[in-house]
Ligand binder design. Sequence first.
Ligand code: SAM
Length: 267
Amino acid sequence: MKIEIVTIFPDFFRGPLDHGIIRRAQQAGLATIEVHDLRAFAHDRHKTVDDRPFGGGEGMVLKPEPIFECVEALDVVPREERKDAGQSVILLSAQGGRFDQSVANQLAALDRIVLICGRYEGVDERVGQYLADRELSIGDYVLSGGELGAAVIVDCVTRLIPGAVGNQASTQQESFTTFSQAQAGNGPSSTCTSGGLLDYPHYTRPADFRGMGVPEVLASGNHEEIRRWRRRTALEKTLRNRPDLLDGTTLSNEDKKLLAQIMGENL
Ligand code: SAM
């Protein structure tokens, strides 16, 4: 997979791309990540990439010309052919559709993505209208630039590329991963997979840390009991921290019984 980032702050990515899974994926040739300096596509002496907004108002807006020229220089296929070609040009924007695990899975299946990072008051609207094929937001808050969002997307997508994470099954058992996503990756379909909920709690040695113990069931060796405990605690945590996820999830009969028990105990 090739990931290209268009930014006025190329140095921003030195840290995020140089560690852990992202670094290893690049070294193993699973992902090629390139950062392009938008100012290289500005033609005046001052390398100007922004201008005042039409109609007045606060701040500056990133101009369309350098962004169009930069993306055109990357030789991505035209918008209408991108889906078939496995390519996507994405504008980072607080006004975009929400980036989540299911979008990360869609992007990880592509061959090439280009991420355009906005700054200032944003990007000339024609970039989103005519150049990018989608706008993505990493959450309902306003960042000062698209770089952090691009780094988030690169991280989430890269770890889903087959081979990037040592144990591929672990990316299929995590929070937000639906059963169908896990099965698409030929991963385990046991109910230890989150099935779109939050992950279950994890513990490691020591069994007693400053008097704080580990649930006994985890040392029992009884796989069925452990599976059931994990499902119950995943449901508990989801109910407590992200009840909205329960609405979008298909619950098994066992899940429904466990949820009823949990809610009954918390009354
Ligand atoms: N005026 C814009 C608005 O109210 O929606 C905010 C512009 S923001 C200060 C500058 C740039 O940061 C945006 O063009 C976008 O690239 C990036 N950005 C801000 N919030 C973001 C978010 N939640 N997700 C992705 N990118 C974001």
